[in-house]
Design a protein around this ligand. Structure first.
Ligand code: OXD
Ligand code: MN
Length: 586
C-alpha cells in the first residue's frame, strides 16, 4: 500500500515527467552533492575557502531576481475570499492553465522530493511540508532555511499531514511564471522562477500565505514578524514580535547589538521574518520561528548596521546575486569601505560603476540561524517563547512619533491595520509614496484581509495575557531633511521603554493616537539629543494626522461591508479624539 506522500509524488512525476526522482534525506553529503551540481550548472561559484569556508555564490537569471507579487495568486473559491488586496484565480481554471506549464516541465531533469519541517523538530507548533523541485539551488537553500530531510519524513510517516508544494523552474520566462496558492486544499504550485520567496516554498508560500489560512481555521496566528528577546539587568528576558514592511530594517533590529549592553540590556534573536504563535497554558501567546536560516538582503548590511550577521556569514552561506572580488570574496554596496578594483558584478561582468550597482539591490545571503552570535538559547524551544509586546512600524518621514503604545488590543489591531511605509529610492523609482501594508502582511495574507482583521480581533478576546501593542518609527526627519533618531543599536532605548510599559512603568503622556513617552520617559544618557529634537521625535501633529485619517478611510473602503465594525469604530473614534483636542486648543 502506498502512502499519501508516495501517491502525490507519483502523480506529480506523471505530470512533470522527470528523468529520475530523488527523495532527499537532508544529509551533509547530499548538500555537497547539490553544491557540486550547482557548480556544474555554470551559474554558481565557490568562494574563497579561507575567508568564507563552504560558501558559494549563485547567480540567478537576470529576469528572476525578486518575488513577483503580480504573478502571485490566491486560488480561493471566490474572488471575495481572496479579497481586494490579493490577485485571484478560479482554482479549476488555475489548475488547467498552470497544469499545462507543468506538463513535461522536468524532462531531462531530476525531480527532488524535499520533505521539511517549518519550526523546531519537536515543537507541536511546527508544520510539515514537502516541496518537489527540479532546482538543486532550491534544495540547498531549503536545507539552510528549514529542518529538511529525514526528521520530516519520519514525522509524515504514512499520514497525509503535510503541505504539498510543486515547484519547477519551467523555462524561467516571466510570461509563464505563476505562484499559486490553493487555500482550501492547502496546496502550493510555483513555476517559472528559481528565486527566493517564489521558489523556497516553505517561506512566504507555506509559512505565511497557507499558514495564515490554517491559523484562522485553527485559532492561532501566522505573522510576518521578527521575534527578539530583550534581556534586562537581572537576566530576565522579555520577548517581542515586530512587523515592518520591507526596507525598514527588520533583520537589523532582530540581530541588534544593543547600545545599552554595558547597562545590562542585550538583544537575543529568535527569528528575523516570520512568527507562528499559539495560546499556551500560561495564558501567553507563545511564538516559534518556523525558519532555520536567514534569507536576508545583502546591500546595506555591514559592520555598522548588523555586525552579528556579518560574523555569521563567514561560513556555510549561499550568496545570491552579490558581486565578487578578485579574491573571490562576496561584495555589495554598504558592506563597508571602497569598492575593490577588479570587482565582478552580480551578472558576472567586470563592474562598470556608471552602469549601476555591483550587487543586485535585492541580492541575498542564506545563512544558518544558529551561526548568529545573537541567537537566543531559546530559539528552538518546542513550546516557543512568551510574547509580551507586538511592535508595528513603518518608514514615515513626518507622521508617526518615535514610539507609541496603543490604548488597548482593539486599538492596537487598528494601529496594525493602518500601517504604512514610504517607499525608498532603493526599492522603486518613486520616492516617498505611502504604501498601506497592514501588519506587513499585504503580500502574504492568504485570504481576505478584512477577515484577517477580524481574526486578530477574535484572538484578542481569547488570549488571557495578550501582548501590548506598540508602533515605532525610526525614520522621522527634521525640517533639514535629516533623520532625527540615530537608529540601529540605539533602538534598544525604545525597546527598553516598551519593556517598562509592559511592566507597568515607563513615563508616558496620553495623546489621541495612544501613549507617547513623556519627555523624561526614554533612557537617553550618552546620546546627544536636544530637547527640541526630542520634542519633534515625539510630536503628534493634528494636521498630518487629519490627512492620514482621510487616507486610511479610502483604504478601508476597498473592503466594503466585510470590514469589521470594530475597525470602522476605531477609525471614527480616532477622528473624534483629534477633534476634541482641537476643541480644547481653540
Ligand atoms: C522577505 C520579504 O524577503 O519580506 O522577507 O520580502
Ligand atoms: Mn519578509
Amino acid at each position: 500500500m502506498s502512502t499519501p506522500l508516495e501517491r502525490w509524488v507519483d502523480e506529480t512525476a506523471k505530470l512533470t515527467k522527470p528523468d529520475r526522482v530523488v527523495f532527499c534525506d537532508g544529509s551533509e553529503a547530499e548538500y555537497q552533492g547539490m553544491i557540486a551540481e550547482m557548480l556544474r550548472g555554470g551559474d554558481s561559484y565557490a568562494l574563497n575557502d579561507k575567508s568564507y569556508a563552504n560558501c558559494y555564490l549563485h547567480r540567478s537569471n537576470a529576469n528572476d531576481v525578486a518575488r513577483t507579487e503580480h504573478l502571485t495568486f490566491i486560488c480561493a473559491p471566490t474572488k471575495d475570499d481572496a479579497g481586494p488586496t490579493n490577485n485571484w484565480m478560479d482554482p479549476e481554471a488555475a489548475k488547467r492553465k498552470v497544469g499545462a506549464l507543468f506538463d513535461g516541465a522536468m524532462r531531462k531533469r531530476t525531480m527532488y522530493v524535499v520533505p521539511y519541517i517549518m519550526g523546531p523538530v519537536k515543537s507541536p507548533i511546527s508544520k510539515v511540508g514537502v516541496e518537489v523541485t527540479d532546482s538543486a539551488y532550491v534544495v540547498a537553500s531549503m536545507r539552510i532555511m528549514s529542518r529538511m530531510g529525514k526528521a520530516a519524513m519520519e514525522r509524515i510517516g504514512s499520514s497525509s499531514d503535510f503541505v504539498p508544494g510543486l515547484h519547477s523552474l519551467g523555462d524561467l520566462d516571466p510570461t509563464r511564471r505563476y505562484i499559486l496558492h490553493f487555500p482550501q486544499e492547502k496546496l502550493i504550485w510555483s513555476v517559472g522562477s528559481g528565486y527566493g520567496g517564489n521558489a523556497l516554498l516553505g517561506k512566504k508560500c507555506l509559512a505565511l500565505r497557507i499558514a495564515s489560512v490554517m491559523a484562522r481555521e485553527q485559532g492561532w496566528m501566522a505573522e510576518h514578524m521578527l521575534i527578539l528577546g530583550l534581556e534586562s539587568p537581572g537576566g530576565k528576558v522579555t520577548y517581542m514580535g515586530a512587523a515592518f514592511p520591507s526596507a525598514c530594517g527588520k533583520t537589523n533590529l532582530a540581530m541588534m547589538v544593543s547600545a545599552l549592553e554595558s547597562q545590562g540590556y542585550k538583544v537575543w534573536t529568535v527569528g528575523d521574518d516570520i512568527a507562528w504563535m499559539q495560546i499556551a497554558p500560561d495564558g501567553y501567546l507563545h511564538a516559534i520561528n518556523p525558519e532555520a536560516g536567514f534569507f536576508g538582503v545583502a546591500p546595506g548590511t555591514g559592520m555598522k548596521t548588523n555586525p552579528n550577521v556579518m560574523g555569521a556569514l563567514r561560513k556555510n552561506t549561499l550568496f545570491t546575486n552579490v558581486a565578487m572580488t578578485p579574491e573571490r570574496e562576496p561584495w555589495w554596496e554598504g558592506i563597508g569601505g571602497e569598492a575593490p578594483t577588479g570587482l565582478i558584478n552580480w551578472k558576472g561582468e567586470k563592474w562598470d560603476p556608471s552602469k549601476g550597482p555591483a550587487a543586485h539591490p535585492n541580492s541575498r545571503y542564506t545563512v544558518p540561524a544558529r551561526q548568529s552570535p545573537s541567537i537566543s538559547p531559546k530559539w528552538e524551544a518546542p513550546e516557543g517563547v512568551p510574547i509580551s509586546a507586538f511592535i508595528f512600524g513603518g518608514r514615515r518621514t513626518r507622521l508617526a512619533p518615535l514610539v507609541y503604545e496603543s490604548l488597548d488590543w482593539q486599538h492596537g489591531v487598528f494601529v496594525g491595520a493602518t500601517m504604512a511605509s514610504e517607499t525608498t529610492a532603493a526599492a522603486t523609482g518613486d520616492v516617498g509614496i505611502t504604501r498601506r501594508d497592514p501588519m506587513a502582511m499585504l503580500p502574504f495574507c492568504g485570504y481576505n484581509m478584512a477577515d484577517y482583521f477580524g481574526h486578530w480581533l477574535e484572538m484578542g478576546k481569547k488570549i488571557p495575557k495578550p501582548p501590548k501593542i506598540f508602533h515605532v518609527n525610526w525614520f522621522r526627519k527634521g525640517a533639514d531633511g535629516k533623520f532625527l533618531w540615530p537608529g540601529y543599536g540605539e533602538n534598544v532605548r525604545v525597546l527598553k521603554w516598551i519593556l517598562e510599559r509592559v511592566e507597568g512603568q515607563g513615563a508616558a503622556q496620553e495623546t489621541p493616537i495612544g501613549y507617547v513617552p513623556a519627555m523624561n520617559g526614554l533612557t537617553l544618557d550618552g546620546l546627544k539629543i536636544s530637547d527640541e529634537v526630542l520634542n519633534e521625535l515625539l510630536r503628534v501633529n493634528p494636521q498630518d494626522w487629519e490627512s492620514e485619517i482621510g487616507d486610511t478611510k479610502d483604504f478601508f473602503a476597498k473592503f466594503g461591508n466585510r470590514l469589521p465594525r470594530e475597525i470602522r469604530e476605531e477609525h471614527e473614534e480616532l477622528a473624534r479624539r483629534f477633534s476634541r483636542v482641537a476643541g480644547v486648543a481653540r
